[in-house]
Write a protein that binds this ligand. Structure first.
Ligand code: 5AD
Length: 493
């Protein structure tokens, strides 16, 4: 049986696509190798959103030429956004590559590999499924324990035209999945033991049901062009899958943060108190040149409405520094926005020119060292906000969904005994100490926060949670019965 290995770069959508490639390959008779050294087929699932990500692929393929020479039948597959962007060109540029497969062509991967194994020429398959969009569906295996968290794609592609962004080119126009299918997939995952679902889409909250099967959500306006059916979908999932503990989504666009979505957050307990809402810049001049289609004031008003509707809700964001023409004043406006909104998490990037993007017309005129300095100031600001937030949680009680055992025993600071880790309702990472003997995977447990690390929390089970966990039978090696530990109302924070 041929063995494969997948290396994933980039966003959650790529992580999800990689999981589907695992399933497609396993169904076709491949087995997963312990690592690239043992593999016959190596898949690189690539990202091209920033230049650095694309360079990573090129250096990786360079190294693979030697790996290939060790055994004649070895095969290199390039998938993901660089595959979609470059197509055939990749085969010409890098001789080590045998198969190039776009995100919409993943189901065809075994067939393409079969052709190559029979001596076929290197092949590229990067065709968008515009007429009959396919969505790759998780097929939970009955013999392995379900992951506590899972991704479900609800839409793909992007109709925005943000001037810096390559995604409309690499992922095509927006295509939506029927709400019935989405609900059925989530119900199956939850029945298999998954507790948290993250809905995925490039602009996830522009969702509309392609079959028109959703009723209008409360608060939805018929004549607001920014209105979508996303709130209606959230309500349907909450109603139809009562066993779901948490329902997240990524990445939304601020334009579609409409009153109907705010109301859904206020009313649906399954929506956690954290939203990642990319803003990109705090300067109206830059936002206009980025073609973001909202102003700073609109972003602030919309996120403020959300926080007012859900007290304690935290926001995180994405920011680009050094966009063409960004002045010190523009950057100062971004810093002031970060303080004004009080983001508790921030992904910051130096602008990089991407092929096929409208911003190519603008000169990349902010020097590299200035971009670096701005990014450092941005991180300084956001780290300070996060540190203050995390230390404010010490001594409070939180609910943590346990996602797995800490990879590195002891958690972030090597504190003795931390074995389990998970996320609070606001997505803060929590390492749970002193519960190594208990089986907590997939449980929502009550913890008290003992200490704050730089980016995470050290926590201990409360006495009530410990007593409840002890009374539960351990899950057997097969699929364990899902148990819900009694959780006392979370306090603090
Ligand atoms: N340069 C720098 N950052 C970019 N991003 C997207 N395109 C670019 C680019 N050309 C960032 C945005 C986006 C995140 C996923 O990547 O902040 O939200």
């Amino acid at each position: 049986m041929p063995r494969y290995s997948i290396t994933t770069f980039g966003c959650q959508m790529n992580v999800h696509d990689s999981e589907r490639m695992h399933e497609v390959l396993r169904r076709a008779g491949y087995t997963e190798a312990g690592g690239p050294e043992e593999a016959d087929v190596l898949v690189l699932n690539t990202c091209s959103v920033r230049e650095k990500a694309e360079q990573k692929l090129r250096s990786e393929v360079g190294r693979l030429a030697r790996w290939k020479r060790e055994r004649a039948e070895r095969v290199v597959v390039v998938a993901g956004c660089v595959a979609q962007q470059e197509g055939e060109r990749l085969l010409k540029q890098m001789r080590a590559i045998d198969v190039v497969v776009g995100p919409d062509n993943i189901p065809e991967l075994p067939g393409l590999l079969g052709d190559v194994a029979l001596g076929g020429l290197p092949v590229a398959r990067t065709v968008f499924d515009l007429d009959a969009p396919r969505f790759l569906v998780a097929s939970p295996s009955p013999s392995t324990r379900a992951a506590a968290t899972a991704f479900v794609t609800i839409m793909k592609g992007c109709d925005e035209r943000c001037s810096f962004c390559i995604v409309p080119y690499t992922r095509g126009p927006e295509r939506y999945r029927a709400s019935d299918e989405i609900v059925a997939e989530i119900a199956a995952l939850v029945a298999a033991g998954t507790r948290e679902i993250t809905l995925l889409g490039q602009t996830v909250n522009s969702y509309r049901d392609p079959l028109g099967a959703l009723p209008r959500a409360p608060g939805a306006s018929a004549d607001d062009p920014d209105e979508s059916e996303f709130a209606a979908l959230l309500r349907r999932i909450a109603a139809d899958v009562p066993g779901l503990a948490r329902l997240r989504y990524t990445s939304p666009h601020p334009r579609h943060l409409t009153p109907s979505l705010v109301l859904a957050h206020a009313e649906l307990a399954v929506l956690p108190r954290h939203v990642h809402m990319p803003v990109q810049s705090g300067s109206d001049r830059v936002l206009r040149r980025m073609i973001r289609r909202y102003t700073r004031a609109e972003y602030v008003a919309r996120t403020r409405a959300l926080v007012e509707a859900v007290p304690g809700l935290t926001l995180s964001t994405d920011i680009i520094v050094g966009f063409p023409g960004e002045t010190e004043d523009d950057f100062a406006a971004t810093l002031s926005l970060v303080r004004e909104v009080g983001f508790k998490g921030l992904f910051g990037f130096k602008y990089s020119r991407r092929p096929h993007t409208p911003a190519l017309k603008l000169p990349d005129d902010v020097p590299e060292d200035v971009k670096g300095a701005r990014l450092a100031r941005l991180f300084e600001e956001s780290e300070a906000l996060l540190a203050a937030h995390l230390s404010g949680l010490v001594g409070t009680t939180q609910e943590v969904l346990v996602e797995g055992r800490d990879k590195e025993r002891g958690g972030e600071r090597g504190a003795g005994g931390a074995l389990w880790s998970g996320r609070t309702g606001r997505h803060e990472i929590a390492h749970i100490e002193g519960a190594g003997e208990l089986d907590l995977l997939g449980e929502v447990v009550e913890v008290s926060i003992a200490r704050a690390n730089k980016h995470s929390l050290q926590a201990e089970l409360t006495e009530a949670a410990r007593a409840a966990a002890r009374q539960q039978p351990r899950g057997d090696a097969g699929r364990p019965a899902r148990r819900s530990l009694p959780v006392v109302a979370a306090g603090g924070g």
